[in-house]
Design a protein around this ligand. Structure first.
Ligand code: TXA
Ligand code: MG
Length: 321
């Protein structure tokens, strides 16, 4: 079983030995290994059961370190880094060959970010290498936002989980890059589009095209609970399941349902606050997935602010067909 603790020296020892540590970030927990060591990176893919064509994000302690790994940083992206790092922003930048092929699945660009968590920033500043880290969940399942989530699924496969408490943002980072002179968002995430546009002007969002060769990892079905996960109008979905006599659980933004057992319903934010909803989303999905209901019913959020990124995750989690 994994040890859960706050010992940075122990985390460093494990990473220096080429092994993996789960690390806290403000978005979700990462499954981290030495990004410059292809064997360590290979074991990330193996531990997560992740296909090797899905590239990894490289975590660094500060913007100035990026120069060791990228050829250049276009002006608008530099402005974003200066404004939002440390924070829930990942940049796609042309890589130097200091970054092994296995990290980027052979792509020309490497995904880089500075996470906003004091323990992980301290760890990164003590290491001689950056950390490659995907979310610390088995491939296709819901991302972890607490050390207990990591332990429940990967605890048998890793020796140390650095305990940074619950993740503040709760959604993965927003991924941004450039094509010609266009600024492109490849994954909606914890940094709102409006915040990005405030700094660099209008951006193009491409995150929904599953055939986009620039982001092979953004597979459509993802973040999925094991139970069927149905999106729609809650009143209608509930009425239908009642008629059919099917046990269900309900995930809402703010509403509670007096006729449904409290253990079978979660409101993400009773005051309808989308930031709070984002923070609670993945933990709520896990809790309902572990309930005795046979299906989870959920509603979309308003398409504004973080609601867009939450909806992206809800749609990817939804049962198709
Ligand atoms: O908030 C986050 O970004 C978290 C924490 C741990 O930092 N990490 C995370 O990693 O969400 P992961 O592996 O679950 O998702 C990263 C996604 C990949 O699915 C892939 O599509 C995209 O980032 N990506 C990574 N490198 C890329 C590259 N070189 N080109 C295009 N897309 C890339
Ligand atoms: Mg992931």
């Amino acid at each position: 079983m994994a040890v859960i603790g706050q010992n940075i020296s122990q985390a460093k020892r494990v990473l220096d030995a080429g092994e993996l540590v789960a690390i806290p970030t403000e978005t979700v927990y990462g499954l981290a290994g030495n990004a410059l060591n292809p064997v360590a990176v290979a074991s990330i893919f193996e531990t997560k059961n992740r296909p090797s064509f899905d590239p990894l994000i490289v975590h660094i302690p500060s913007l100035d370190v990026a120069e060791n790994y990228v050829i250049d940083i276009p002006d608008p992206l530099r402005k974003l880094a200066e404004q939002f790092w440390p924070g829930p922003l990942t940049l796609l930048l042309s890589r130097k060959n200091t970054i092994p092929d296995i990290v980027t699945s052979g792509l020309e660009r490497v995904a880089i970010r500075v996470p906003d968590h004091s323990l992980t920033l301290e760890l990164l500043s003590q290491l001689d290498f950056p950390l490659a880290a995907p979310s610390a969940n088995p491939f296709g399942y819901i991302s972890p936002t607490s050390p207990q989530h990591v332990d429940a699924q990967l605890g048998e496969r890793i020796s140390y989980i650095l305990d940074g408490g619950k993740c503040r943002v709760g959604l993965e980072s927003t991924i941004v890059g450039m094509e010609e002179n266009e600024i492109v968002v490849y994954r909606l995430g914890g940094l709102e589009i409006s915040e990005i546009e405030r700094i660099v002007g209008e951006v193009t969002v491409k995150s929904h095209s599953s055939s986009n060769p620039q982001s092979p990892g953004l597979l459509e079905s993802h973040y999925a609970p094991t139970k069927p996960f149905i999106l729609g109008n809650l009143e209608e979905l509930i009425a239908e399941r009642k008629r059919q006599g099917i046990d269900f659980a309900v995930l809402s933004l703010a509403q509670s349902f007096p006729a449904i057992p409290t253990g079978n319903q979660i409101a993400l934010s009773t005051k309808g606050d989308l930031k709070e909803a984002a923070t609670n989303l993945f933990a709520a999905m896990r809790t309902l997935d572990a309930s005795n209901a046979s299906v989870i019913l959920a509603e979309l959020m308003p398409e504004e602010g973080l609601g867009k990124a939450i909806n992206d995750r809800l749609k990817r989690a939804a049962t198709k067909g």
